[in-house]
Design a protein around this ligand. Structure first.
Ligand code: NAP
Length: 462
């Protein structure tokens, strides 16, 4: 490079266009110190990951973050490659032949299992499947759930469990003006569900849900949130826990639940029973789920101070017709990258992918979001998470010897994908789909009517 020549741009491939992918894109493209170009890939033709396919349809306000992602997509140096799956359409070798660095923001596409007998009986599902189904995600739109029977168990006390309970409990007219998939709205209109059992293995003081989410359950028209007063009494470990945590969310959760005590079981036709200190130990049934066997727990504090649920040996069989386990998402391995199967993440130090055998960083490979830290936090948590990884990438761009022989032709990647018969969906294509969805939704008083199959999306693009 002759003196005075501008440094060549850092070329980055990002896989996964959810929050982490877009925050990383924004951070790379807005900084001036190291000019960068970002090609953002997604296996779906549509961007935004869980903001489109995970956030509950009745939480439209959360989706305003899309405005920030659109701003990133408008920056010079940005290209979107939708409908391209890493490992199928592109391998790691090809990626590293075209880009200085690859950043994986592929999230947590699978779910954790309970590992109990009967878990795979018909009628037992991961909550993630129901979430994908009502959100019109192409992977789940073909599923059917028998919502005709009255009793449903939702296992877990996180915000996904809150979303699932709320969507199943809400009257259909409350959902009709959201972007819920049309087939899901039709199925929920016929729902025979009367009772939803939210099953927490620890106590109300340790629940993972947040205040607005549990409060919302108490405010659904036609629904009573019902508690057992004795399960809201705080045992010694819970008192110690609440005294030790600075975060007020936990105490407020207890307060919101206690407010439900005076109404008893209430008068509304649908009930959400918030149960605590119970662990599922088996799903029971002939040919389909008919009951869930619960073991009563007590809480103990271990030497690290964390509060754990321990079985007491006392059991109860709760008759239920459907079970949704909502006990956490799990990241999947990526071909050519190390993977920690236990935690479902790519091993890394602050976003630099690390070879577990040597403990050393693997040059040019990075992670951000749930595949980096596991499935925790809200959408905004991915902003500092992505910023940390991008900071490491920019440090490495300065200090490491990056390859010099990359193909400089911007058309090389589209040409490679076209040679493999991949129909790449550009950001302009997505904007067309977006407009079509919004127009289709308008006719039904919805913010959008989503395309729910890749085939329909590609057909609409012609
Ligand atoms: P989560 O918050 O980690 O909650 C998982 C729940 O499952 C916990 O209550 C956990 O109990 C329980 N659990 C785990 N293993 C279990 C087992 N074997 N048996 C019984 N219960 C078990 O996970 P999530 O609900 O999937 O949410 C993922 C992330 O997305 C969270 O950070 C969440 O806040 C976020 N999110 C946010 C929103 C929102 O802001 N509205 C909506 C959806 C999701 P323990 O506590 O005892 O481990």
């Amino acid at each position: 490079m002759a003196a005075g020549d501008a440094a060549p741009p850092l070329r980055v491939a990002i896989f996964g266009s959810g929050p982490a992918g877009f925050y990383a894109t924004e951070d790379l493209l807005k900084q001036q110190a190291q000019p960068a170009q970002v090609d953002l890939f997604d296996r779906l033709p549509t961007p935004y990951g869980l903001v489109r396919g995970g956030v509950a349809p009745d939480h439209q306000n959360i989706k305003v973050v899309i405005k920030i992602y659109e701003r990133a997509a408008g920056r010079p140096g940005f290209r979107f490659f939708g409908n391209v799956r890493f490992g199928e359409h592109l391998n790691l070798q090809e990626v590293l032949a075209h880009y200085h660095m690859a950043l994986f923001c592929t999230g947590a596409e699978s779910d954790r299992r309970m590992g109990i007998p009967g878990e795979d009986l018909p009628g037992s599902y991961p909550a993630t499947e129901l979430v994908g189904w009502y959100n019109g995600h192409p992977d789940y739109r073909h599923l059917t759930f028998d919502l005709s029977r009255p009793r449903v168990a939702v296992i877990g006390n996180g915000n996904v469990a809150m979303d699932v309970a709320r969507i199943l409990a809400k009257p259909q007219q409350e959902l009709a003006s959201t972007d819920i998939a049309d087939y899901a709205l039709a199925a929920l209109a016929q729902s025979g569900i009367q009772e939803i059992f939210l099953l927490g293995r620890r106590g109300p003081a340790q629940a993972a849900f947040t205040n607005p989410e549990i409060r919302e359950l108490a405010e659904i028209p036609g629904v009573d949130l019902v508690v057992r007063p004795e399960e809201l009494e705080l045992d010694a470990p819970s008192q110690a826990f609440l005294a030790s945590v600075k975060e007020p969310t936990y105490q407020r959760n207890v307060d919101i639940l206690r407010k439900q005590i005076p109404k008893g079981t209430g008068t509304q036709p649908r009930k959400i029973w918030a149960r605590f200190f119970v662990s599922p130990v088996a799903l029971l049934g002939e040919g389909r789920v008919q009951a869930i066997r619960l073991e009563k727990n007590k809480l103990v504090q271990d030497e690290s101070g964390s509060v754990k649920a321990v079985g007491t040996g006392q059991h109860e069989d709760l008759p239920v017709d459907l079970v949704f386990r909502s006990i956490g998402y799990k990241g999947l391995g990526l071909p050519g990258l190390p993977y920690d199967a236990k935690s479902g993440i790519v091993p890394n130090h602050d976003g630099r992918v690390v070879d577990p055998a040597s403990g050393q960083p693997v040059p040019r490979l990075y992670v951000a979001g749930w595949i980096k830290r596991g499935p925790s936090g809200v959408i905004g948590t991915n902003k500092p998470d992505a910023a940390e990884t991008v900071a490491r990438m920019l440090e490495d761009a300065k200090s490491l010897a990056l390859p010099t022989g990359l193909n400089p032709d911007p058309a090389a990647m589209p040409t490679l994908l076209a040679s493999k018969g991949v129909r790449v969906v550009t950001f302009g294509d997505w904007k067309k789909l977006d407009q079509l969805e919004v127009a289709a939704g308008k006719a039904h008083g919805k913010p959008r009517e989503k395309f729910t199959t890749v085939q329909a999306m590609l057909a609409a693009l012609g």
